[in-house]
Design a binder for this molecule. Structure first.
Ligand code: ADP
Ligand code: MG
Length: 324
């Protein structure tokens, strides 16, 4: 895909609808290089209190590396991370207790029960009340199974227990790396419901995923990265609704496309997989686009508002788009 397509999507105005939009987590020009390779490239993310923020990108895009830097587990090559107003590297010990995290598959003791796992982790954290352990078990819906050995748990239950560990200290910010990994659709719906409950209580959640369908179901806003670079940061709603573009079925589409691309409003015009034209229109009006094409001798067989399928948008945004 061309740069123009990316620009036309990322240029969309970011409407801030929430009156209180305290930025709880902020990365500034966050960059990580391994040898000569830039794995995370100049990343600026702003995550607001109470939102469920999706961090989306294909495998190898740099999500886990970014999360490790956010948690102060690895040092950025350059740039910074601020959580709850404090720089993570300068104020690690104050900030980290307010952040719960689950990175990739949780390191659980399989031969112990769910409850005993939570007890073991709470000891490592300096002790958590037994009441809190009851609470987190309830939040992740594992109360019934708390006495069973973890090795008898389904993958979804283990993921939930991992999140329960992250919740032990009642953190303000929850950072979950691929929490929906391996969950079936019912498991994803269950996770969505409980993440929504946590967000409603004022917790801020950052979750990564390489699958758009997961993020689409759970998150309100998403950042899409590829090759370590931010491609777009937007609402799920914005990604799925049309961008005021039109799809036009017309004969001699390549010729008509060349003409459109010469218009000031038509520079992002392109062909879709079916060979139809996708283009902006003069003054955003389908009628004017129709008239323009007809006057130039290209009478449209069909003309309709373009709707984007999220999966298609994701592929279009990430396929073959080199960050360099
Ligand atoms: N310690 C490391 N040394 C060298 N390369 C690394 C290291 N950690 C990750 N990478 C590389 O960085 C890229 C991004 O990895 P990662 O952040 O795990 O991506 P994601 O979580 O999006 O799948 C990958 O190409 C990976 O091989
Ligand atoms: Mg990863």
């Amino acid at each position: 895909m061309s740069q123009v397509d990316i620009a036309s999507i990322s240029r969309q105005p970011q409407v801030d609808t929430s009156p209180v939009s305290e930025i709880v987590l902020r990365t500034r020009n966050l960059t990580k290089q391994y040898k000569q390779r830039t794995v995370v490239n100049d990343l600026n993310l702003d995550i607001r209190r109470g939102e469920i923020y999706g961090f989306l990108g294909p495998n190898g895009a740099g999500k886990t590396t970014t999360i490790r830097m956010i948690l102060g587990l690895i040092t950025p090559t350059s740039g910074s991370v601020e959580i709850l107003g404090s720089d993570i590297l300068a104020h690690r010990s104050e900030v980290l207790p307010r952040v719960g995290a689950l990175i990739e598959t949780p390191a659980l003791y399989r031969y112990m029960s769910g409850r005993d796992n939570l007890l073991a982790f709470s000891k490592a954290l300096g002790g958590v009340s037994s009441k809190r352990i009851d609470e987190v078990l309830a939040i992740v819906s594992l109360t019934e199974r708390q006495r069973d050995k973890v090795r008898t748990y389904s993958l979804g239950m283990r993921q939930r227990l991992g999140i329960a560990v992250a919740l032990l200290q009642d953190p303000d910010v929850l950072i979950l790396d691929e929490p929906a990994n391996g969950l079936d659709p019912a498991g994803i719906v269950e996770m969505r419901d409980f993440l929504h409950r946590l967000a409603a209580e004022g917790k801020t959640i950052l979750m990564s995923s390489h699958l758009l369908s997961e993020v689409q179901q759970i998150c309100s806003r998403v950042a899409i990265i590829n090759f370590g670079k931010l491609i777009t940061e937007t609402t799920v709603k914005d990604l799925t609704t049309g961008k005021g573009e039109f799809t036009v079925k017309v004969e001699r589409a390549a010729e008509a496309l060349a003409l459109l691309k010469r218009q000031p409003w038509g520079q992002s015009a392109r062909l879709n997989e079916e060979g139809d034209i996708v283009t902006s229109s003069p003054n955003g009006k389908g009628r004017e686009l129709n008239a323009f094409l007809a006057q130039a001798g290209y009478v449209a067989d069909e003309l309709s508002s373009t709707r984007y399928d999220l999966e298609e948008t994701f592929l279009r945004l990430t396929e073959g788009h080199s960050g360099n």
